[in-house]
Design a protein around this ligand. Structure first.
Ligand code: EPZ
Length: 421
């Protein structure tokens, strides 16, 4: 038995918690440092397992990376090897974000297919289609993808789906291409705006990130720069959901309300009181949440990464909720675990129907992925009695010291080593 969390539920969360840097901005920005001819300093980089693996990925390519607290110093090495070790690619899907910069700057890459994921097949067809449109020759054999080009030519690319990763990879491939590239039907997440701002700080010429059309004018070289990562909107949303579910009163410092308007609207619809301040968001939870309907959508719609956390809240809301997961085909694994705590949930394909019960009761559950783990922690905080959450390595991928920070808000939650009771 590995490390696990033990939660004694039923306590209101109160106080202030500060949001760390955004995992899903730090990962593409770290990949983008491969494009820099000089040293980069990245600030507010969260101390997470996913960031540690991405650090190893770019080190394996010959780049030097030093961390001091939440700052990374990244220095380009003499030679960059364009091959990522398979063991690293399998640990982190987001390591596929090195494809764009390697192709863009070194005109070559050879990477293994990244590890599968608990939430769906997660193909990369849109990434590869875009690379081919820019002039790369792609071959796939023995589980490896190889790309080469004599030089990338700017072009117009239409994304069949506003894929976050494909948008990021194609921006990074196009920044040093010959001429202008226009990406259509792009993802609009704030993390893509962060990547644009970081690259423009290096001398790139990109405009339109955050909208559905992005224009990239190729430049010859990109220099190093000093950049601060945006706060993590999903971590912020997770703390706000925990406050809403425990009838608490929590101020999430550094949360940018404009990055999670869909989440704030949904929590308000459920009866929470949201107070937007200059330096964060305060949320007061109601005595009992109201049932709502929700469908996950590409940004600025309700984020799929908050779907499990919302489902946890719906399990004890007053009434019946309908929750549709339209982004990933297999992202309801947390429903079975919530049922073990007494939730009444019916799943039909991408639709979940949740009949709210008065109270969950604690018990043993296991996280299947990062956000499912967050949902089970929220359920444990709300449940009567004790909940043990196994599989917390998933949580450590995306939340820094979650149990410590929840304890500071008054939760009775502890991390136990393997075998400890
Ligand atoms: C990013 O993943 C995030 N990860 C995910 O967060 C997030 O859930 C997802 O975007 C959606 O918002 C990072 O940013 C590191 P996509 P990504 O490409 O880029 C399909 C977390 O919890 N698709 O937008 O992999 C794909 O199968 C993680 O932090 C293709 O079909 O997501 C999926 O159904 C989980 N072909 C949908 O698009 C492609 O070539 C969305 O995928 C690419 C994607």
């Amino acid at each position: 038995m590995e490390e696990h969390l033990v939660i004694n539920g039923g306590r209101r969360l109160e106080g202030t918690v500060t949001v760390k840097g955004a995992k899903n901005a730090a990962l593409p920005v770290m990949a983008a440092t491969l494009l820099a001819a000089g040293e980069c300093t990245l600030r507010r980089v969260p101390d997470l397992q996913d960031v540690a693996v991405m650090t190893d990925v770019i080190r394996s390519l010959g780049i030097k990376v030093e961390r001091s607290n939440s700052t990374l110093h990244v220095c380009p090495g003499a030679a960059t090897s364009p091959e990522v070790p398979a063991v690293l690619m399998r640990q982190l899907r987001a390591s596929n974000l090195v494809m764009g910069p390697l192709l863009g700057r070194y005109h070559y890459f050879r990477v293994p297919y990244p590890g599968g994921c608990a939430i769906g097949s997660r193909p990369m067809d849109l990434h590869l289609k875009g690379f081919r449109a820019l002039g790369a020759e792609i071959t796939e054999s023995q589980g490896y993808i190889e790309a080469r080009t004599t030089g990338l030519q700017g072009t117009s690319i239409y994304l069949d789906f506003p894929s976050v990763g494909a948008t990021e990879n194609l921006i990074m491939a196009a920044v040093m291409a010959e001429g202008v590239t226009i990406l259509h039907n792009t993802a609009r997440e704030p993390e893509i705006v962060d990547l644009q701002n970081f690259l423009n700080g290096m001398g790139a010429r990109i405009e339109g990130a955050g909208q559905d059309t992005i224009r990239i004018e190729g430049v010859r070289e990109l220099k190093g720069t000093d950049y601060e990562i945006i706060p993590d909107r999903i971590e912020a949303g997770t703390f706000l959901a925990a406050a809403a579910g425990t009838g608490g009163d929590v101020f999430v410092k550094d949360c940018r309300a404009e990055h999670i308007l869909a989440v704030l609207a949904k929590l308000t619809e459920m009866g929470a009181r949201v107070i937007i301040k200059r330096d964060g968001v305060r949320l007061q939870g109601p005595a009992r949440l109201k049932a709502v309907d929700c469908k996950t959508l590409p940004y600025p719609g309700f984020p799929t990464d908050m779907q499990p956390q919302l489902m946890a809240l719906m399990t004890v809301a007053d009434g019946t909720s309908v929750l549709v997961e339209s982004i990933f085909e297999n992202r309801f694994k947390h429903a079975a675990e919530l049922r073990r705590l007494g939730a009444d949930i019916k799943i039909e394909g991408r639709v979940a129907v949740i009949n709210g019960v008065p109270r969950l009761s604690g018990g043993p559950v296991e996280a299947s992925d990062l956000r499912a783990g967050a949902a089970l922690v929220i359920a444990g905080l709300m449940a009567s009695g004790q909940t043990r959450v196994e599989g917390i390595a998933h949580l450590d991928r995306g939340y820094e010291q979650l149990e410590v920070r929840l304890s500071s808000l008054g939760a009775d939650i502890r991390r136990l080593k393997a075998g400890e009771r």
